[in-house]
Each structure stands twice: as C-alpha cells, then as structure tokens.
Design a protein around this ligand. Structure first.
Ligand code: 8OZ
Length: 370
C-alpha cells in the first residue's frame, strides 16, 4: 500500500506518510506497539493516568493498547486491564476520547493468557486454562510477587465456543468504548499461540494435531471479532518464532503461512508480525517473513528492535506498510517528532516498566513546543 502523497510525487513511501489500514486512516506509519504496564485500577479499569499516558502518545499514527482481558480467566499478570465490564468500558472511553481529541487513532489489543497465569489472579477455585494440561516453565507477577505459573487444565471442547464468544463480546465493548478497532493477540505464548504451536497443543480433537486443526481456534476468534466489528477494523498480532513464555513449534514456517492465509480469507485490516524473539534478538532462528506477507492482502505491520533507519528502509523498500515501536514509545511520548527532527531519544527505565504509578509512566517529557 503506498500513500497518496507518495503516489502523487512518485517518491518512495516514508514513515511520515499517511496510510489507510482497513477503515482506519493513520497520519503516519509509526505505530505504538502494545506494552503491558500493569497499572490498572480496582476492577481492572484503566486509571486516569492511562488517559494521560495514551494521550501523550497520540501523535503515533496508531496506538495499540496494552494487552487487555476478554474475561476474568484471561488474566495472567497483576493489574492488567479488561474490556468486559461496564466500568472498564467507561474507563477506556476516557482514553479513546483523549487520543481522538489529540488527533490520534487507537485500537485495543484483546488477549486471553491461557496457561500463563496463577491461581491467585483468578476467581476462587479457578485454575488457568490451556489447550493441553502442560505447565509452562515461566513466572508471572502476582499479588504475592514473581512466582511460577500454575498448572493449567485442558479446555473441554465444549468450552471453546464460550471463549470465542468472549472475544466477540469484548470486541463489541471495544467499539462501545470508542476504539477504532481491535487487535487479536495471537503472539508470545498466550492462549491463541498455545493452540497454534505443537509444544503446547497436544489435543487429539479438531483443535489439535494438523496445522488445519491448530489454526482453527485463531480462525474462529478472528472470524467472530471481524463479524462483530467489521474485518476492516480487525488486526492480528503473531510472533512466529518467539520463545516467549516457553512456547515453540517444530515447524513454524508452514504453520504461520497457513495462519496468515486463514485470516487473509477473512479480509482483515492488518497483520502485525513480531520478527524474532519478542523484545529480544531478531535472529533467534531462520524464518521467511516475506513468504508470510505474500499470503496477505491487507496492511503489514512489522515490529521488534527497529531503529528509525531500519524502519524507514522497510517502508521505502515496500517490506512493510507501518512499523511498531515498543520501548522507545515508553520513554519518548513524542517519538514521531523526534524521528522527524533527528532529535535525541530518551532511554527507558526498565525498573518502572511494570506496576507502580506516574513515575516511568507519564513523566517522560516531550521536546519543548518550540
Ligand atoms: C511483558 C510482560 C507481561 C506481558 C506480551 C502482553 O508479551 C505481553 C507481556 C509482556 O505480549
């Protein structure tokens, strides 16, 4: 997809050119990646600080929110927000109003963590759910601190439609909250990725085994969301080779090619692909991302460790329609302006990434107006 500006001038496209992604018009191709910050208030409602935080970053072409639960069992870390109660929807409405008032666009990332959770985060008597009862070798933040995740139970096949339905309802709530769209989180070892990959999916029913079966849950969730809010407001995030959260697949190339084909058939607005290990090295294992992209007709958003120069090259050479930046957006609310002016970039403070208050959240300054 090339912008009208680029077409008119016959110049190669730039990160600073507008682009249309499905039904969403972006002022530029610089996207704020989803970032877990664990600062939601009582009831997993986005706090007033979240209004300020996202508002400060509204010059991004598109903001993708932090991962947001579709139901009570979808939570895996302390103080991550939801979008399934009226209070949560009202909280998000304040966020979307502020971002829109400042000229930005914002979609909510919907997730279910599956096995990456702990009983202390779930309603009494509940344990984490997963495609198969295989405990992840990883830890999570809970009210009791940083602890091993709990042993999950395998979902009964009769429970799966209810989870798909919770994604559908959350997508409707997202529209009520004023979002421009929804990104389905199918990356980083959470529930949808647990169904996709064969290290975590040992099912013998129609949701396990073959690639066709392992991509079925992704397909059903994305179809439900797209039917509810429009395919042109629906995106998906994948991370084909990330080892995050003890996830792996014996043959990710054909698996993710088929996953992309299936969401392409639904006509969704974009695919957002994390290249390499999420938040880590880009070259963890060989993978042909061009082969994925050749199976998709909508917008292609890339992510993971991109510098300004790498991102500009990806756009110029047509390898992506937009580029998502994560940690740089934490410490540079005006990242778009800094890129444009070649201004120095502030380094993020990792100690304030998760939890806490305004410090490390809304106190990174923008450049002076002049
Ligand atoms: C960091 C900490 C907790 C969650 C992801 C939503 O990896 C996350 C996440 C990242 O997608």
């Amino acid at each position: 997809m090339s912008s009208s500006a680029a077409v008119a001038s016959q110049q190669p496209p730039s990160l600073f050119d507008p682009v249309r992604i499905g039904a969403i018009d972006l002022a530029n191709r610089i996207v704020m990646a989803p970032l877990t910050r664990s600062r939601a208030a009582e009831g997993l409602v986005p706090s007033p600080l979240a209004v300020e935080y996202y508002g400060q970053r509204a010059t991004a072409g598109l903001i993708i929110t932090e991962a947001t639960q579709v139901n009570w069992l979808a939570q895996g870390y302390i103080s991550t927000p939801g979008v399934f109660t009226p209070e949560q929807v009202q909280g998000w409405k304040k966020v979307t109003d502020e971002v829109h008032r400042r000229g930005g666009r914002i979609v909510v990332q919907l997730w279910h963590v599956g096995r990456i959770s702990h009983t202390s985060l779930l309603p009494p008597g509940e344990v984490p759910v997963a495609p198969s009862a295989i405990r992840a070798n990883t830890k999570t933040f809970t009210p009791e601190g940083f602890v091993d995740v709990s042993e999950p139970r395998a979902l009964g096949i009769e429970e799966i439609p209810g989870i798909v339905e919770d994604f559908r309802k959350a997508a409707r709530h997202a529209m009520d909250a004023g979002f421009d769209g929804v990104e389905v989180h199918a990356a980083n070892g959470y529930l949808i990725d647990q169904f996709l990959r064969d290290k975590t999916n040992h099912r013998t029913d129609e949701y396990g085994g073959s690639i066709e079966n392992r991509t079925r849950f992704l397909h059903e969730v994305v179809q439900a969301v797209a039917n509810e809010i429009g395919a042109d407001r629906t995106g998906v995030r994948i991370a084909p080779v990330t080892p995050s959260n003890d996830i792996a697949d014996s043959n990710p190339q054909p698996l993710f090619e088929r996953a992309v084909e299936r969401v392409n058939a639904l006509g969704i607005a974009y695919v957002h692909v994390v290249e390499g290990a999420t938040g880590g090295p880009r070259d963890v294992q060989p993978f042909d991302y061009d082969a994925l992209r050749s199976r998709f007709d909508g917008a292609w958003i890339v992510n993971n460790g991109y510098t300004f120069e790498m991102a500009q090259a990806a756009i110029r050479e047509g390898r992506a329609d937009a580029v998502a930046f994560g940690s740089l957006f934490i410490s540079n609310p005006d990242l778009v302006r800094r890129f444009r002016e070649g201004a120095p970039l502030a380094e993020p403070d990792r100690s304030t990434f998760y939890g806490g208050d305004a410090k490390g959240y809304v106190d990174y300054p923008s450049l002076d107006p002049a």
